[in-house]
Design a protein around this ligand. Structure first.
Ligand code: NAI
Length: 342
């Protein structure tokens, strides 16, 4: 039986992975995140299972090769934390491309609704028997323009949800979908016309800080920003400046640039050693959740099933449709001939 070294394991991971395992694998759960200091825990394992805030850079990959491990199974869609160029030819990388776009898109709308109608503040007020409405006014979303950056699986579900609210949807994506029920515009135009901007693109070198001082300057005064994708899509200092000046009316964030040290951990008894994060959380017009947009029963079931199926297919020598490599998008990946990237 093959052994999986499972990093950054939480109680709910064990619950869902054990449920679908069916004695196919021996899973060694580690609470530590995967990084250069913890990679040696994988000694003796055949595979590694990692998550969004693990560090699978060149150093970790070198060590995995030394340990004889040739596959990393990401139990998530994004893989910006994997050095896929360094992995190529040595370590196969599989991921879960789609588990529930609804989970993430619904969370994005949840953030927008809470932010716009100040539900987080109203909840706290009424608990203290304060029934005043001062400062709680929102706007109708109906008739407003939402700008969606990235119209893949999640972005398109989010567009449908927004249409259901009667919003006008504009979008930017370098690979537009044909016959989309919304209008594609440039990023500049999207910034100019949108009342709300929501990010649904992956983090790549092209999208790093796609929201920055310049793009914020082009936005409407009072724009709401929603980010359920990856923290580094937004330059956090520019966001802070925009919030302080009032240019940005509010931000709903499920991700944060420097989240890896904090998210998924309980810091309630400690001092938060990130002044920017502390300042953002303290703002009444910022709602921050801890990278939880994916976190539904349906998504967790699908993540566990696909991750273990990916590993099963790998060890059985079968095709790996969910493998990724740095050549996949350039058209020079060998998957179409070999069923595997290399
Ligand atoms: P997807 O691969 O289906 O769609 C991504 C879209 O972004 C594609 O249409 C692609 O063409 C577009 N894109 C690529 N480069 C772009 C650019 N420079 N500008 C604008 N668009 C660009 O991915 P999916 O499933 O929709 O997920 C999107 C992102 O959501 C993931 O990359 C991940 O970072 C994030 N995510 C967050 C979760 C959470 O719990 N907060 C859970 C799952 C995904």
């Amino acid at each position: 039986m093959k052994t999986i070294a499972f990093y950054d394991a939480k109680r709910y991971d064990r619950e869902y992975f054990d449920k679908v395992n069916n004695n196919r694998f021996h899973i060694r759960y580690f609470e530590s995140k995967l990084n250069a200091d913890t990679v040696s825990l994988a000694k003796g394992a055949d595979a590694v299972c990692a998550f969004v805030n693990d560090d699978i850079g060149a150093e970790v990959l070198d060590k995995l090769v030394e340990l004889g491990i040739s596959i990393v199974a990401m139990r998530c869609a994004g893989y910006n934390n994997v050095d896929i160029k360094s992995a190529y030819g040595r370590v196969h990388v599989v991921h879960v491309p789609a588990y529930s776009p609804y989970a993430v898109a619904e969370h994005a709308m949840g953030l927008l609704l809470a932010l716009n109608r100040k539900l987080h503040r109203a909840y706290n007020r009424t608990r203290e028997h304060n029934f005043s409405l001062d400062g709680l006014m929102g706007m109708d979303l109906h008739g407003k323009t939402i700008g969606i950056i990235g119209t893949g699986r999640i972005g398109r579900v989010f567009a449908d949800i927004c249409k259901g609210f009667g919003m006008r949807v504009v979008a930017y994506d370098p690979f537009p979908v044909a016959n989309a029920p919304f209008e594609y515009v440039s990023v500049d135009e999207l910034c100019r016309v949108s009342d709300v901007i929501s990010l649904h693109c992956p983090l790549t070198k092209d999208t790093y800080h796609i929201i920055n001082e310049d793009s914020i300057a082009k936005m409407k005064d009072g724009v709401y920003l929603i980010n359920t994708s990856r923290g580094s899509l937004i330059d956090s200092q520019a966001l802070m400046n925009g919030l302080k000046s009032g240019k940005i009316g509010g931000a709903g964030l499920d991700v944060y640039e420097e989240e890896s040290d904090f998210f998924y951990e309980d810091y309630s008894n400690k001092i938060l050693r990130d002044d920017r994060l502390a300042a953002l959380i303290s703002m009444p017009n910022v709602i921050l959740t801890s990278h939880q947009a994916f976190f539904t029963q349906e998504a967790m079931s699908a993540i566990a099933a696909t991750t273990l199926d990916n590993l099963w297919a790998y060890f059985k020598g079968g095709p790996l449709p969910n493998e990724i490599c740095y050549r996949c998008s350039s058209g020079t990946c060998k998957k179409s001939e070999n069923s595997r990237c290399f």
